[in-house]
Ligand binder design. Structure first.
Ligand code: HEC
Ligand code: HEC
Length: 330
């Protein structure tokens, strides 16, 4: 088969049994998916999953998995997708925490306003202030390994080296997700929503209450996530040794607040007020997590260089000096 779109599924042309069978099959699939979502949420997780997402402009719809082509390209796309979904299992040498790419880039990198990969693909190469150079897509992926996946604590101690097949497969997957999307355009749905600051400002203490009420059921009362029987995380850790490190983008309160507002609690995006989103993001950012790989000198020096605003690094919160890598409280 040639690479490209697979044929659209055939309608069951006027054969009542087939229509009936297809309908029954669809009901079973939908039922099974709902059951699995329920299981994932655990017994006490919220059961009502109302779609609260307001009608935001969605600029582009990536192709369905059924359209992944056959042949070597399709194989690479599938490997990239598996890397994205189960990062530790497929790139364990470079993963130093309990996360997968898709824990933040939701729905396997498809979800608008959760930094979707179809929107990222056509935006590189690009200048990035974070490292003051032109970044290729490979460079950008490497950064998420270094910070969001905490590669310094992985067996190899670093992100995959330049040209590694891990980058090639991930890029094949993104390229395929973006099939037909324009390049060089900041597509609506890219990155996170714009969340305005509130008049009250952000407060970790208020955020702690939001966390207990709306997040702890899945992420654990101590924010350390919950593992399934196989030992991998069904609910990812939000802080602590198995979470992203102090250099990661979600460590900044504004990024975390915007992600949370649109996407959390999972399945109930936009259910928190802006105030709650800011406060709970502040709470998460005020807990200890793995050290910032960019820190070479003192915590204070790194605080001034990389954390002058946007998070609580280098501050003492609830008696814990953040950034020293030692959690005195959680
Ligand atoms: C802990 C959450 C988290 C995890 C895990 C994570 N990322 Fe990211 N990623 C982010 C955030 C936040 C941004 C945007 C950062 C910013 O704006 O500074 C981002 C941005 C990106 C971008 C650029 C998006 C754009 O539109 O420019 C790519 C590509 C990317 N990540 C790939 C990956 C890959 C591949 C993995 C897994 C190896 C991964 N990320 C894991 C949080 C995460
Ligand atoms: C119903 C269960 C559930 C609830 C409740 C929930 N989350 Fe999540 N959250 C998840 C899951 C599951 C993921 C990973 C998504 C994936 O892999 O598809 C996630 C991912 C995240 C992430 C990115 C990954 C990471 O480890 O940092 C953040 C941040 C987050 N949630 C914050 C929150 C906050 C804040 C709340 C409360 C307002 C909340 N969540 C409520 C299930 C939940």
């Amino acid at each position: 088969m040639h690479e490209g779109w697979s044929a659209a599924p055939q309608r069951p042309s006027g054969r009542p049994f087939l229509v009936w069978a297809v309908t029954l099959f669809a009901i079973i699939i939908v039922g099974a998916v709902m059951y699995m979502i329920g299981l994932r949420g655990g017994a006490s997780a919220p059961t009502a999953r109302v779609a609260l997402t307001p009608a935001l402009p969605i600029s582009f719809t990536p192709p369905p998995d059924s359209a992944i082509p056959d042949g070597p390209s399709g194989a690479a796309i599938r490997r990239g997708q598996q890397l994205f979904l189960h990062t530790r299992a497929n790139a364990g040498n470079h993963v130093g925490n309990g996360l997968s790419c898709s824990n933040c880039h939701l729905d396997a990198g498809r979800q608008p306003n959760a930094s979707p990969m179809w929107a990222a693909w056509g935006a590189y190469p690009a200048y990035r202030a974070k490292n003051d150079q032109i970044n290729t897509m490979e460079d950008r992926i490497r950064d998420c390994f270094t910070y969001s996946m905490n590669a310094p604590a992985s067996p190899s101690g670093k992100a995959p080296p330049p040209g590694d097949p891990i980058y090639r497969d991930l890029q094949m997957y993104f390229f395929w997700l973006a099939k037909g999307a324009p390049t060089g355009v900041d597509l609506p749905g890219r990155g996170f929503i714009d969340l305005n600051p509130t008049t009250l400002g952000q407060d970790p203490a208020r955020g702690a209450k939001v966390f207990t009420q709306s997040c702890a059921v899945c992420h654990g009362v101590d924010g350390q996530g919950q593992r399934d029987a196989s030992g991998s995380y069904a609910f990812p850790p939000l802080w602590g040794p198995m979470s992203f490190n102090w250099g990661a983008g979600v460590g900044k309160v504004a990024n975390a607040a915007a992600f949370i507002k649109a996407n959390m609690p999972l399945g109930q995006g936009y259910s928190l007020t802006d105030q709650q989103a800011w406060d709970v993001a502040a709470y998460i950012s005020s807990r200890e997590r793995p050290r910032d790989p960019r820190q070479t000198g003192s915590i204070e020096e790194a605080r001034k260089r990389f954390h002058a605003k946007g998070d609580y690094y280098g501050q003492r919160i609830d008696g814990d000096l953040l950034g020293d890598g030692i959690a005195t409280v959680r």
